[in-house]
Ligand binder design. Structure first.
Ligand SMILES: [Zn+2]
Ligand SMILES: [Zn+2]
Length: 785
């Protein structure tokens, strides 16, 4: 698709009713940035039901439910919408579900009799919205699959009354003022001076027809060919093909189709039929715009990148500020004039048309830096210090265990914690790089997207741990379009910690993109490891569209499962044992740690065999899930790299990286993290909010650090911050000597682990004036149900 993140959305706003057309990923984040209150949405109309058009829907429903406003929303869409709704029920509670209305034929949107008709009908007071079903060309009606249908929405505003001519009323002898009003309201009145009845038409000008907007999502050339023969559109053409008198004048046509379709000569010919309309190429034009939609986060990333390009590399692209754009949103409204998006004004009539007064100036990286230098002049020195950190000898050429071996780091208060674990000996930069795609909890915010961690194993492939809404867009912001596609193409597997929406809603988009990228290329389905509830959702979703994946339960990848698996395979003598991992890092595991389901079926065993192969190919020895304390079936994960052999034939143990998922501090995480090179631990709350952390089954900063210290992990990286801390969480300096905090789009190379804690004070400098808690009401809703 042309837009980087998702299909564009269109917002149609009136004083009392609001419609949104399509709800792709990033919708909420966009609205937060632009202060658009989604709680006021009455209708969500979908042109199609697929990951691009509905990726933002689950998050939106959870947010609306959190506000207590969910029930007043209606969703409209083609008949396969019910498959999506069924699937979403696997993780969205009943009270968060909204009314769904399936559109099965062309005609005005009508509420079926089961719902609260009165309130919904009144929502259509200002505008008539009709659906026109568009099918691929040359397919018999009976053979059309619901997933092939695209709904065209025609929005016709009511006509407005003609002008009241007072002089005509005077001439007809109307003297009583209240009669003027009656006439404008359409009532006939008796003349005060003459013996006649005066009708509204005698004193009123001709009514002005209401503006008409058409929203067309034409997904393929085949659909485009069908456009011209779609009878229901005939009334809206203004060229000679419109024979009937009832021909309506269309003011604006919004095209959501991909460039390959809407730029074809065939499509252009069809567009010319609306000779008087203004056309908005929503999917097409965006390619040329060099503006980040999410300016606030782009601004922070630019600042971080200036200070520490090693952790925040700028995307390699043709332009230094080529932040990826996501959805393009249109607002049609007479009142709202917000920051930026194309605005098409429908009323008042005098302002009818596309409003270009609001076009934004591009956000140039240089301007952001100028502003930064003015605001924090010491940043120049800081930048130099940071770059010196990277020039220090890394000391990873030998395994430093004793005090004297940590030479070069003698300034550090606690020396032994800076000795490098053996696994980092002669580590290469192309061994592992971890990029945080989202570091916030519960719902996407201006500065922090929801959880996703990308493991780049370079030529060995890649891995995703958790996959919140907008993961793909974040990948594109960090690696560019092509880079993101490569990342998705080379995924070895995806691992999901638990069923909360902030950890998996972006998965479907990743899977569908991978499916499309690998079309025609020999490949295996992607292995997705997750909680069993996720499987229910993915299974149900696959009735809507194919995800090209194979599911493996987290419980099948615990220590015990691997042991049983190895044992079974050994006894069958089909695979040679590699149980040294179990010996080295999991010996004597506690009972709970081993929680698993017996590998009693052939399919699971076959999938584990395949997973093992996939991991080995990626240079990994094992991926091990372990239970944590959060919600039912919540897991953390251990990634263990294969051992290496150095130049003199010595075996160097493979690194171990542990991710906690969402959890209270627990013995299982400590056990799993023993001797880990990196523990990535959630730190949702600041230290003063321990009560909150207990109530919501999360951890505080200190608790997370304590877990890492108890396990003797080499480095602790904190993430999953409450959106209360929009830019930087509240930190206690003293306990940070081996700890680092994650930011969105931060990339940590395994060869740089030694400098991590030293960077933090400099990063804090950047937020010196901004370390305030954001208590504004527009972002906190706990979707982490
Ligand atoms: Zn979470
Ligand atoms: Zn959670």
């Amino acid at each position: 698709m042309d837009t980087h993140d998702t299909m564009p959305s269109v917002l149609l706003f009136f004083d009392k009713q609001r419609f949104i057309f399509n709800a792709g990923e990033g919708l909420q984040r966009f609205c937060t940035e632009h202060k658009i209150k989604l709680s006021k949405i009455d209708h969500i109309c979908l042109s199609r039901v697929c990951s691009e058009t509905v990726g933002g829907l689950p998050g939106l429903l959870l947010t609306l439910a959190g506000m207590g406003d969910g029930l007043s929303v209606n969703i409209w869409g083609p008949s396969n919408l019910n498959l999506l709704v069924d699937a979403m029920k696997c993780f969205i509670p009943h009270h968060a579900m909204v009314h769904t209305n399936l559109i099965s034929h062309t005609g005005p949107l009508q509420v079926d009799s089961f719902h609260n008709c009165a309130s919904v009908a009144s929502n259509f007071k200002d505008v008539k919205i009709s659906a026109i079903l568009l099918q691929p060309n040359g397919v018999e009606d009976s053979d059309v699959k619901p997933s092939d249908v695209s709904v065209i929405y025609v929005c016709e505003l009511n006509e407005s009354k003609g002008k009241f001519h007072k002089e005509k009323a005077d001439a007809l002898g109307i003297k009583v003022k209240t009669k003027f009003r009656e006439l404008t309201e359409g009532k006939s009145v008796k003349s005060d001076l003459l013996d006649i009845t005066v009708h509204p038409s005698d004193v009123m000008g001709a009514p002005v027809p209401g503006p008409v907007v058409i929203i067309v999502d034409c997904p393929t050339d085949s659909h485009a060919q069908k456009l011209t023969s779609t009878q229901s559109l005939n009334d809206y053409y203004s060229d000679s093909s419109c024979q009937s008198q009832s021909c309506k004048i269309v003011n604006c046509v919004i095209h959501l189709g991909p460039a390959s379709v809407v730029s074809s000569s065939h499509y252009k010919k069809w567009m010319n039929k609306f000779s008087s309309a203004q056309h908005v190429m929503a999917g097409y034009a965006m390619n040329k715009v060099q503006n980040p939609i999410l300016k606030s986060s782009a601004r922070i990333t630019t600042r971080l990148s200036y200070l520490c390009p090693q952790l925040f590399p700028l995307m390699s692209s043709t332009s230094d500020h080529d932040f990826t754009q996501e959805a393009c949103f249109f607002m049609l409204d007479e009142v709202y004039s917000l920051d930026w998006r194309p605005l098409f004004i429908l009323r008042p009539h005098a302002r009818l048309g596309l409003d270009r007064s609001d076009v934004p100036s591009p956000l140039a990286a240089s301007a952001v830096i100028d502003e930064l230098l003015l605001e924090i002049p010491d940043i120049i020195d800081a930048t130099q210090h940071v770059s010196q950190l990277w020039q220090k000898p890394t000391a990873t050429n030998k395994c430093a265990i004793s005090f004297q071996d940590s030479k070069g780091l003698i300034d550090e208060p606690i020396l032994d914690e800076n000795s490098h674990p053996c696994c980092l000996e002669n580590i290469r930069r192309d061994d592992l790089e971890i990029t945080f795609l989202g570091t916030g909890s519960s719902q996407p915010s201006k500065y922090r997207n929801v959880t996703a961690i990308y493991f780049n194993l370079f030529s060995n492939g890649s891995l995703l741990l958790d996959c919140g809404e907008g993961t793909l867009a974040q990948l594109k912001r960090r690696y560019g379009s092509e880079g993101a596609e490569n990342a998705v193409r080379h995924l070895a597997c995806v691992w999901i910690s638990h069923i909360h929406a902030d950890h998996h809603v972006g998965l479907v988009r990743i899977l569908t993109l991978r499916r499309d990228l690998l079309k025609g290329v020999p490949h295996d389905p992607l292995i997705v490891i997750g909680p069993s509830h996720l499987n229910l959702f993915l299974d149900a979703y696959q009735r809507l569209e194919d995800l090209d994946m194979q599911f493996l339960d987290n419980k099948s990848t615990t220590v015990t499962s691997w042991e049983t698996f190895n044992f079974d395979n050994e006894s069958n003598k089909t695979i040679t044992s590699t149980s040294c991992l179990e010996e080295s890092c999991l010996q004597g595991s506690s009972k709970r740690m081993k929680l698993s389901i017996p590998i009693d079926n052939v399919a699971t065993s076959a999938l584990l065999t395949r997973l093992k192969k996939v991991l080995n190919k990626a240079g990994l020895e094992r991926i091990i899930s372990f239970p944590v304390v959060h919600c039912p079936e919540a897991f953390g994960v251990i990634l263990k790299a294969a051992d290496r052999i150095n130049s003199v034939g010595k075996v160097i143990p493979g690194w171990k990286v542990v991710y906690s998922g969402d959890t209270r501090p627990c013995s299982e995480t400590i056990e799993a993290s023993e001797g880990a090179a990196i523990l990535i631990h959630e730190a949702t709350f600041e230290d003063g909010m321990a009560g909150e952390a207990i109530a919501k089954n999360h951890s505080t900063t200190k608790e997370a650090i304590d877990v890492g210290n108890s396990a003797d992990a080499y480095r602790i990286i904190l993430t999953h911050f409450s959106q209360r801390y929009p830019k930087i969480p509240v930190l206690d300096e003293l306990s940070m000597h081996k700890t680092c905090i994650a930011f969105d789009l931060m990339t940590i190379n395994i060869a740089d682990l030694h400098v991590l804690p030293e960077v933090i004070p400099y990063l804090k400098l950047l937020f010196r004036t901004e370390m305030l808690i954001d208590d504004s009401d527009d972002h906190i809703v706990e979707a982490d149900l």
